[in-house]
Design a binder for this molecule. Structure first.
Ligand code: KG4
Ligand code: ZN
Length: 303
């Protein structure tokens, strides 16, 4: 079950952390009761509580941690803390019979994160790279917002791109020369802004689909440059996509084509609803990894 705050944040054209946390206080108990009743379960049927310990918006994390710790204390059900990004990675193992081969590569691309991991075993990840500034989802959202698209603009950009020409505008493929697995999207965002400043409102409207498709292609190719470098450096067996941006059809298609050409299988969450933030992915990570049982799970922003 997902209690989404997307409609709420459409009115503010982005996430306002305090507004999100207040809404989560109201949503938390009803959604837990709904999940239990739809699964025909009671608390006494639950073996383990898995809760996101971080990183993320502090207010939202505190609502989740306080609820989970309180339920664990009162019921005696064991509790573990799960890093948010591990949840995104394990979303790949929901609703399918996939048995990952190690080592593999995982690209986690969302609004808040843009990380490349070497997945060496269940519960064993080495972070190869991260973003120096914006994440890919943020680049989609902020550039879309500059064109007046609704939050979260990434989805609108991806839909408009389907009828646009990705070669109509040239935006930079970022960090391609740097000998690292680091990402950066602020330069691309600035290039996109400069392009819009050269155009009238009517021209932007007329060329919106081409702008979207060209932006999308630049983001995807920038991601691929680093993934390709990691594939060539480490003998990985498979490649995984995760996070909200892994719902993007062009990202999936592009990566599928490129990885196949290198003789590798590509995986992404079986169901689009497991790409964006959800609780099932946190349970999946707890199922596969041996997280230590805790008395009280603390906030952990250290990733
Ligand atoms: O994983 P997620 O729900 O939240 C974070 O942990 O950040 O990801 C949300 C992000 C937003 O930036 C949203 O615009 C982006 O995922 N997103 C997409 C698509 N669907 C969601 N970006 C591009 N194309 C999509 N189809
Ligand atoms: Zn997320």
């Amino acid at each position: 079950e997902i209690a989404s705050s997307v409609p709420l944040h459409q009115s503010t054209r982005g996430v306002v952390p305090e507004v999100a946390a207040r809404a989560q206080i109201e949503a938390m108990w009803p959604i837990l009761e709904l999940a239990l009743s739809n699964a025909n379960c009671r608390w006494s049927d639950i073996d383990l509580i898995a809760v996101t310990e971080g990183p993320g918006l502090i207010g939202s994390l505190l609502v989740g941690l306080t609820t989970a710790n309180a339920v664990a204390q009162l019921s005696g059900i064991p509790i573990v803390g799960v890093p948010h990004i591990w949840g995104h990675m394990y979303a790949n193992l929901l609703d399918n019979d996939l048995k990952p081969q190690f080592p593999s590569l995982v690209l986690t691309v969302s609004g808040g994160h843009n990380d490349l991991y070497l997945w060496e075993d269940h519960g064993k990840f080495t972070r190869l790279g991260y973003t120096l500034d914006d994440a890919a989802g943020e680049a989609f959202d902020k550039c879309g917002r500059l064109m007046g698209l609704d939050y979260p603009a990434g989805i609108s950009v991806s839909k408009l791109s389907q009828e646009g020409d990705p070669k109509a505008f040239h935006f930079p493929r970022v960090m391609q020369k740097q000998d690292s697995y680091l990402f950066s999207f602020s330069g691309l965002k600035t290039a996109f802004l400069y392009q819009l400043q050269k155009m009238t409102k009517a021209e932007i409207q007329l060329k919106q689909k081409d702008l979207c498709a060209s932006l999308q292609e630049a983001i995807i190719e920038s991601l691929w440059i680093k993934v390709k470098k990691a594939i060539q450096t480490f003998s990985v067996k498979e490649v995984y996509l995760s996070g909200g941006v892994s719902a993007n059809p062009r990202l999936r298609e592009f990566f599928q084509f490129k990885t196949q050409a290198m003789g590798l299988n590509l995986y992404y969450p079986a169901n689009i609803k497991y790409c964006t933030d959800n609780a099932a992915m946190i349970a999946a990570a707890a199922y596969y990894c041996d997280f230590p049982l805790q008395k009280i799970v603390k906030l952990n922003m250290g990733y």
